[in-house]
Ligand binder design. Structure first.
Ligand SMILES: [Zn+2]
Length: 210
């Protein structure tokens, strides 16, 4: 679905975001079947996988990263992730979470991102707690926050992720408080519906209760 002009949300087990300008930026790649869903979506909007110039991974959980090997191969895109998450995505380091969670095909990261860096005309925010190197992206031009699993909207409004999936629940909440200081209208999360307006105010109200 097209949330805003040029901002598409591809619903796989975890949502992927697709930013469409003259070239495409894909954020996250879904679970095992995710690449098929993304390729099908591209076909429907009459774009080619090779139109994707950059794939950004928010974090290394299997429902966000399992489609990456296929998407990289089909697109030839550069892959970017936070510096602290890169070695889990390439599987050079074992993920410190529950055993068995790291089961995707390893992919090397081309571009290591840091907190507060500008990348692809967005602000990179390190939002740890769900995983060590979780990142969120603020697209100021579109007033859009792509939060990955820094929060979720499964009950129709923004809330923290279930702590069963957070490596550091306290830090996860600190990251939500940090996101609440930003100015945006729309939000795309990994789990739950994307929301189009008024969402930084909702995030501020959530942060005040944490
Ligand atoms: Zn996750």
């Amino acid at each position: 679905m097209e949330l805003l002009k040029g901002v598409h949300v591809i619903e796989t087990f975890a949502n992927c975001a697709l930013l469409v300008d003259d070239r495409l930026i894909l954020v996250d790649t879904g679970a095992d079947g995710g690449a098929k869903d993304v390729l099908g979506y591209l076909d429907r909007i009459r774009r080619k996988p090779t139109d994707i110039s950059t794939i950004i991974i928010t974090h290394t959980h299997p429902d966000h990263v399992s489609g990456l090997a296929v998407m990289r191969e089909k697109s030839g895109a550069k892959v970017a992730a936070h510096r602290m998450e890169a070695d889990y995505i390439s599987r050079k380091k074992p993920y410190p979470g529950p055993p068995g969670i790291q089961r995707h095909k390893p992919v090397d990261i081309d571009i290591l991102l840091d907190d507060k860096q500008r990348f692809e005309e967005m602000l990179v925010l390190h939002t740890p707690g769900h995983t060590p190197g979780s990142l969120s992206l603020l697209d100021e031009r579109r007033k859009l926050l792509i939060a990955g699993d820094a929060c979720q909207t499964e009950e129709g409004t923004i809330g923290p992720m279930d702590d069963a999936y957070n490596i550091d629940p306290r830090m996860h909440r600190e990251s939500i408080k940090r996101l609440a200081q930003l100015d945006f209208e729309a939000i795309i999360v990994g789990h739950g519906k994307p929301l189009a307006t008024g969402q930084s105010e909702v995030m501020r109200q959530l942060a005040s209760r944490l």
